[in-house]
Design a protein around this ligand. Structure first.
Ligand code: BG6
Length: 515
């Protein structure tokens, strides 16, 4: 590591230096995720000396290309997408350990020859390696890949290696409860739960990991983190981007499946969970799943519906005109897929009963911002609100997940002067100012954790099922309604008016701007 690159994050990763020899096989080697995220993450881990001495990357894909051609593609992906420029010495270290294996996902022979390749690498190294299978493919091929891993013996310990293999999968983990259960069952027939690493890349974000530290390493929050003091909680994951080139995938998914079922539900579990008994992965995941199980079934129809869906029409983003969803590439012009969803949730437990949790996520919104805002109840208005001249603002803690990562507290303060007048002010902590920028990307942390077998930041099978239990009735209801109830919002806005109405019952409002 170069001295100027020292960062508190990397110092904290020193425990990871013990990853055993590893062969990582990426299925979907020519896919977008591999190019944009996985290869650059592996490069940066190597740059920071965090890869084990014996490390091999095998790209598995359908294109018949050579090892060298794949290495060239990997080289381009580092040049184009790595957070650091390509350093020749670092590249040379991994270059010789990049291989490619061409074959179909349902072709048993391709897996047999993959097993032979893996055996060869191990005998050359004179050491067993753990094998990490990274399923960076469309979910439709998860099943044949898992079946072939089982039948070729690659998923069993002691046949090719004495170390336990691991499988990393990317969302979506199913399309609804039933398919999520089926996927868990197939997975469970080939791998133990401890070998399965389900990625939700939001858990790899530093600000998301900090939620537990903020809540449980500071004694000032816990006494007020409940229905006595909290008025409401808002979770927003807004993007400026539209569906871009992913129309084919997105139109079959929609905002509820793509963002709410996973990323925003994870944020909700972390912000609402009880203190875990330890930092053991299972203690944390046990508490997260309890929150999901305590969410009450939602009202789906009528004036008091808890859900809103919409898709974007044309509008302006950053001053530039952009198309509506129905004009995007690969989107049928009668599509009823939602690009925005908002939910009002109630957590039926001792801590949160009666506190509304609002969540929304959408594409082509006013700006890119992911944040959690915990709004506290107002003080009794007996002192500073005399004659209704001043209305003290609610104290709010805003955790900005991205961009401009930080935490802001909104407080009321006296405006200097002879009169006693109040004004909301901000107390702010910014990660970049305190800890420096250029923080490693989520995928670096997640690949490293999977290598050492730490599953804290990965989703357990029962968590995905608990989340689908909440989401599936909404999907079924929307599918029954067809187009009815589907709203529209102008690109570059904060979503449809109907999403504001979700909050009116309690005279709440969505936050419109940054802290
Ligand atoms: C992915 C979704 O999981 O998350 C995308 O499939 C979305 O549609 C992305 O754009 C957002 O991630 P981030 O890290 O940019 O907020």
């Amino acid at each position: 590591m170069i001295e100027s690159d020292r960062h508190p994050f990397l110092e904290g990763l020193s425990k990871h230096r013990g990853a055993p020899p590893t062969i990582i096989v990426i299925f979907g080697a020519s896919g977008d995720l591999t190019t944009r995220k996985l290869v650059p993450a592996i490069y940066n881990l190597s740059y920071d000396n965090l890869l084990p001495a014996n490390f091999t990357l095998i790209g598995f894909g359908r294109n018949p290309i050579s090892d060298e051609e794949f290495a060239n593609i990997a080289n381009d992906s580092v040049k184009n997408y790595s957070r650091r420029d390509l350093n020749t010495n670092v590249w040379e270290k991994i270059h010789s350990n990049i291989q490619y294996h061409s074959g179909g996902y349902d072709d048993f022979n391709a897996f047999k020859t993959l097993a032979e390749k893996i055996d060869k690498i191990q005998s050359k190294n004179g050491q067993d390696s753990q094998i990490l299978f990274y399923l960076s493919t469309p979910p439709s091929v998860f099943e044949p890949i898992l079946r072939n891993l089982g039948e070729s013996g690659l998923s069993s310990r002691n046949l090719h290696t004495r170390l336990a293999s691991k499988v990393i999968i990317e969302k979506p983990f199913g399309r609804d409860l039933k398919s999520a259960q089926d996927l868990n069952n197939i997975m469970g027939s080939k791998f133990e739960e401890s070998q399965v690493f389900r990625i939700d890349h939001y858990l790899g974000k530093e600000t998301v990991q900090d939620l537990l530290v903020q809540r449980f390493a500071n004694n000032i929050f816990e006494p007020i983190w409940n229905r006595q003091y909290v008025e409401s909680v808002q979770i927003t994951v807004a993007e400026e981007l539209g569906v871009g080139s992913r129309g084919g995938y997105y139109d079959k998914s929609g905002a509820l499946r793509d963002m709410i079922q996973n990323h925003t539900m994870q944020l909700l579990s972390l912000i609402a969970m009880e203190p875990p008994v330890s930092l053991h992965p299972e203690s944390i995941r046990d508490e997260k799943v309890k929150v999901l199980r305590a969410i009450q079934p939602l009202n789906l129809d009528g004036d008091h519906s808890d859900v809103v869906r919409a898709h974007y029409s044309e509008g302006l983003i950053g001053g530039k005109k952009v198309d509506g969803y129905l004009q995007e590439k690969n989107i049928p012009n009668d599509s009823i897929t939602e690009t925005f969803a908002a939910l009002r949730l109630s957590i039926n437990n001792w801590r949160w009963k009666g506190v509304p949790f609002y969540m929304r996520s959408g594409k082509r919104m006013a700006r890119r911002v992911s944040e959690i805002a915990v709004q506290f109840k107002k003080p009794p208005g007996i002192l500073f609100t005399e004659g209704n001249r001043f209305d003290v603002a609610s104290n709010t803690m805003v955790v900005r997940i991205q961009p401009d990562e930080g935490i802001t507290m909104l407080l009321n303060s006296k405006i200097p002067g002879l009169e006693t007048r109040t004004q909301p002010v901000k107390m702010h902590f910014g990660y970049a100012t305190t800890f420096g920028s250029n923080t490693p990307e989520a995928y670096e942390r997640l690949i490293l954790d999977a290598m050492i077998g730490d599953s804290t930041l990965f989703i357990r099978g029962d968590e995905t099922e608990a989340s689908w239990k909440i989401i599936t009735p909404i999907l079924d209801y929307w599918s029954d309604c067809g187009r009815q109830g589907l709203e529209s919002y102008v690109s570059g806005s904060w979503g449809p008016l109907a999403s504001d109405r979700l909050l009116w019952d309690k005279s709440h409002e969505w936050r419109r701007s940054g802290p």
